[in-house]
Structure formats: C-alpha cells, structure tokens
Design a protein around this ligand. Structure first.
Ligand SMILES: [Mg+2]
Length: 122
C-alpha cells in the first residue's frame, strides 16, 4: 500500500486527513512543519506528500523544493488557505516548484483522494 505524508501546522487538519486516508487503507504519517517532514522523509519511502504552505519551521514552498531534491519522483499535492498573499499566489509558486496538484482550502477529502489516486496511477 502507498505511503502518504500529511504536512500541516493545523493539528485538526492533520488528524482529519490522517483518519480519512487510513480509512481508505493508505499508510499515513504526518508532520507539523517542513523541517519535521524532511527529517521523516529521509527515512521513509513516501509516495505522496500533501503539504500546507504557511507553516512555522519551514514553509511549504521551500519544503517542496527540498523534497524534490531528496526524491525527484515523489508526488506532491499542495494546499493553502492563503497568508500574506491570496491562496492562488502561493499555489502558483507551489506548482512552479513541482507540486502536481494544488488546492485552495477548504478542500474536500473526495477531491484530495482523487488527486492521490491519479498520482499513484500515473
Ligand atoms: Mg498553515
């Protein structure tokens, strides 16, 4: 089964997504920020990363760039509710760094799991 990693500084969102994807029989690990995510990522064979953008201790854009350096073919989904910029500003940056799918928050589990499935099938 594929291994997913959920990266978000909001514990409610992490918990919701971890539960939802475990229910769909994925293996799921989570991290509250980019630094922690990269540390885990070096030790685990993660197939798909779903990452928030605005986080303390390394935001999502830099995280995506580092993930790609470590594992060039990892699948990446970015999502954001915005910050100083509107969400689409961050999400465009995320795409340019190599996120294959981007979503504005709130995003439904249905949309996210369809993106995960598409990436794993590709
Ligand atoms: Mg955040």
């Amino acid at each position: 089964m594929a291994l997913l990693m959920i990266v978000d500084d909001d514990p409610m969102i992490r918990k919701m997504l971890v539960t939802a994807f475990k229910d769909k029989n994925y293996d799921v690990i989570d991290a509250p920020d980019g630094k922690t995510a990269l540390r885990i990522f070096r030790d685990e064979d993660v197939d798909v990363v779903i990452t928030d953008i605005i986080m303390p201790d390394m935001e999502g854009i830099e995280t995506i760039r580092e993930l790609r350096k470590i594992k060039p073919d990892v699948k990446i989904i970015a999502f954001s509710g915005g910050g100083t910029l509107a969400p689409d500003g961050y999400l465009k940056l995320a795409s340019s760094m190599g996120a294959q799918y981007t979503f504005q928050k709130p995003v439904s589990i249905k949309e996210l799991s369809k993106a995960v499935k598409d990436l794993l099938d590709s």
